[in-house]
Design a protein around this ligand. Sequence first.
Ligand SMILES: [Zn+2]
Ligand SMILES: [Zn+2]
Length: 298
Amino acid sequence: MADGGPVEHGYPHLETVRSAITALYKRLSYDTVHTFDTSVAPADVAFCDQDDLHLGAQRVAREMVRHLRLPDARVIVSFRAMEHAASVELAAGPEYFIELNDRFRHHRRDIGAALAHEVMHVYLHRLGLSFPGTRANEILTDTATTYLGAGWLLLDAYREDGASSQKLGYLTPEEFGYVLAKRALVFGEAPETWFTSAQAYTAYTKGLARARHDGQQPPLTAAGWAGRRRYAKDRRYALDHGTGPRDGGPYAFSRPDAAGPLRVSFACPTCHQRIRLPARGRTRARCALCRTLLDCDT
Ligand SMILES: [Zn+2]
Ligand SMILES: [Zn+2]
């Protein structure tokens, strides 16, 4: 896990984050994702300066292992001087060795965040779920940690004051906020009250707006007036030409069979799996992957 350097903002990794959410639903299934309907509770990972360092770190690690239901995994946490924030040795198990940067000896409240990310590496390793390349794989790990209920700790570890800043993980604060909000929308959670960091709270509200925006794109009926008007125009064009006037937008038209109906494809606002529907007016569809009910005007 990396740390240090200037804090990047915005949504530079959004496509990989969305692919990670789709991959989680595909690998785990709707039912398994929904067994993670409760997040790690702040009290379960609280760590104060009076706690014994090693016993406390082991206790928080056990809590992460319990949350991810890795019953036979034994996580052994140690501290040493290192460049990165933390690392884990992904061996055959059942013992996994996690090393934390020495600085966590004096920043104990962020130990839960670091362990959440490293124990997720173990979880994904056991699932056999990975993305090619270190960077994409770390984004998958942060996204999975957050979507499955432990990543709010990573966002809460983001703090800035006049002189210094600190952030853990590979997602930007807004991206952590976005994934956390996607989770909150699915499970009806209100993580606003868990943050100790004011900057984390702000990043969450930005991410929440972005996550809501996903559910307001045409052909979803929740799309705004301007979006629906543009969609109607593009659809008229596609009826004449068989494809849309532009690519790369939130939806794409096609007519796979010259005599068949025009179809529209768009990303599910919950899991980002592609949905394909005939372009012929009001309809209600259900995403086959995440089971979200989608009111559409195609
Ligand atoms: Zn990592
Ligand atoms: Zn879906």
